[in-house]
Structure formats: structure tokens, C-alpha cells
Ligand binder design. Structure first.
Ligand SMILES: [Zn+2]
Length: 134
């Protein structure tokens, strides 16, 4: 039983979560200028176009930045998992996303470390994208 908060998909984010359930990473792509963005937004921040589509991406990327969470705080439902890594991953397609780095020693994470997406089905409806070293 997964006892941590889970994302609640809405009209703007459902395509992302649906792709994750299928084991794919997908990003919003502006129909006007082609800029990829994540998290999704109603309007393109570059050209203000309101039209967009979703495109699958490779799931490959590199660690752009990260922290290692080492100390739980009172009431922290993630406290049982310390130490764990929260990272900003730069996807090969140029989009950055926040996630966790798993399947490695947290102290082994380095800048520009090559990672790939993996998918953790935490509930019947929510699958979380995470990353592991390649
Ligand atoms: Zn645009």
C-alpha cells in the first residue's frame, strides 16, 4: 500500500500521466514554434501560442542538479526512505524535469551523469517517472 501523496492528474497533465502508465515519457510541444515544455502550460512561454500537442521523448538524459535528502522531518512520509536523491534531469530533448535518481548510491550521483527513465506504478492510476544511471 503506497501511503505517500500522489499527483492528481487534471486536464492539462493527464496526457503526461497517461504516458507514464504506458511506460513512456511525453512532453508538451508548442504547435506554433515547436518548443518542448514540462510541466505543461496553457500557453507557450516563448511564442504565447495556445495550441500544443504531446510528443514522446527518449527517456534519456543527464543529471543537471540534485540534492540528497538525509534528514527526515517530523511527520515526513518520505522519512523512511532517507537518504534519497531529488534531481533535476535534463532530457536529451532539452527539457528539464524534477524526479528521483534511484538504483544507485546517493553519494555516487554526479553532474552530467547519464540516466534513463524508469516507471514506478505506485497505485493503479499513478505511475511515477524516476531515473536510474545508464
Ligand atoms: Zn511556442
Amino acid at each position: 500500500m503506497y501511503n505517500k501523496p500522489v499527483p492528481v492528474p487534471d486536464a492539462d497533465t493527464e496526457p503526461f500521466w497517461s504516458a507514464c502508465r504506458d511506460g513512456r515519457l511525453s512532453v508538451q510541444c508548442c504547435s506554433g514554434c515547436g518548443a518542448k515544455r514540462l510541466p505543461p502550460e496553457r500557453y507557450c512561454p516563448k511564442c504565447h501560442c495556445a495550441e500544443s500537442e504531446w510528443q514522446d521523448v527518449s527517456g534519456k538524459g543527464t543529471v543537471y542538479s540534485w540534492i540528497v535528502v538525509r534528514h527526515p522531518v517530523p511527520g515526513d512520509v518520505y522519512g523512511c526512505e532517507v537518504p534519497y536523491v531529488v534531481a533535476l534531469v535534463e532530457l536529451a530533448e532539452g527539457v528539464r524535469m524534477a524526479s528521483n535518481i534511484i538504483d544507485c548510491d546517493p553519494d555516487a550521483v554526479t553532474a552530467d551523469m547519464a540516466v534513463e527513465a524508469v516507471f514506478d506504478a505506485v497505485t493503479e492510476t499513478v505511475t511515477l517517472p524516476k531515473f536510474r544511471p545508464v
